[in-house]
Design a protein around this ligand. Structure first.
Ligand code: ATP
Ligand code: PAU
Ligand code: K
Length: 244
């Protein structure tokens, strides 16, 4: 049994896996990390490994306190991955993107894959059928768009996610919802359309905190799985054990 932990820029997500099956998911804040892990381990004492992917400010140190009880693995770009990394700056590629690419490679062998993670940031990652990781894009996520409109202007209020009435927002609030939500959806559909021009065939995996909201609104049909990063973390760890 393994405990996987995804430290994002907003929240921490965790899941206990028995083989490939996720038994339970958890979401918590940075300040309660040790207490929460403690609780999870109490409930699942059979956990033998703690596997972490962190792009947040939490360092390896926070997890080492658990080393007397279980094997702790903190993923870095030095681990073995099932793809060739063609990024020009492989050492600065986010470990979450590497885990997503690894999961896509392992779960969907021998085909082109586009992974879209709609989290704090939206990330796009493309892995071709020969298992070359090519790169993608990074842009602001849904909540970040609402927050930056407010934080960097004098007059725009901080709004929370709401379905816009129309493209033609007829009030400040409606104009913001239209810009943020429609802009978000158009961006993603637009990227998918561009990829289609270059690669005739590829599967699309959509994940992240906004995946479910998005899935219903895209014109392109896609496979949405908000647990894909944690599943990929468990699979990439298994791959590492088998290939080290
Ligand atoms: N309770 C919540 N707190 C924060 N964001 C939430 C919540 N529920 C849904 N969301 C949505 O999820 C998005 C953030 O995604 P997610 O939780 O995957 O980010 P994260 O944990 O920071 O991960 P990452 O840094 O890997 O993107 C926000 O844009 C927001 O709209
Ligand atoms: C883009 C984020 C913030 C998404 O979580 C993360 O993957 C990251 O910090 N990446 C580093 C830059 C890069 O991936 O090229
Ligand atoms: K992300």
């Amino acid at each position: 049994m393994i405990l996987t932990i995804d430290v994002g820029n907003t929240r921490i997500k965790a899941s206990v896996f028995e083989g490939n099956t996720s038994l339970e998911n958890f979401v918590f804040d940075k300040n309660e990390i040790e207490k929460k892990i403690e609780k999870i381990l109490e409930k699942y004492p059979k956990c033998s490994d703690l596997v972490v992917a962190s792009v947040g400010s939490i360092e390896k140190q926070s997890f080492l306190t658990f080393e007397n009880r279980l094997k702790v693995h903190f993923f870095t770009h030095e681990d073995v991955f099932p793809f060739q990394n063609k990024y020009a700056t492989p050492k600065t590629l986010g470990i979450d993107r590497m885990i997503l690419a690894a999961g896509a490679t392992l779960q969907f062998p021998k085909q082109n894959r586009l992974v879209i993670d709609a989290g704090t940031c939206i990330t796009y990652d493309f892995i071709d059928e020969n298992d070359n990781y090519l790169g993608g894009a990074i842009s602001p996520g849904l909540r970040l768009r609402y927050e930056s409109l407010h934080n960097f202007t004098a007059r725009l209020p901080l709004l929370t996610l709401e379905e816009p009435d129309s493209y033609v927002g007829n009030s400040t609030a409606q104009a913001i919802h239209s810009g943020v939500v429609n802009g978000f959806v158009y961006e993603i559909d637009g990227f998918i359309d561009e990829y289609r021009k270059e690669f005739s065939n590829f599967i699309i995996i959509l994940t992240g905190g906004d995946a479910d909201f998005l899935a219903k609104r895209l014109k392109n049909t896609i496979f949405a799985n908000s647990n894909f990063l944690l599943e990929s973390l468990s699979q990439t760890y298994q791959y590492k054990i088998d290939n080290d």
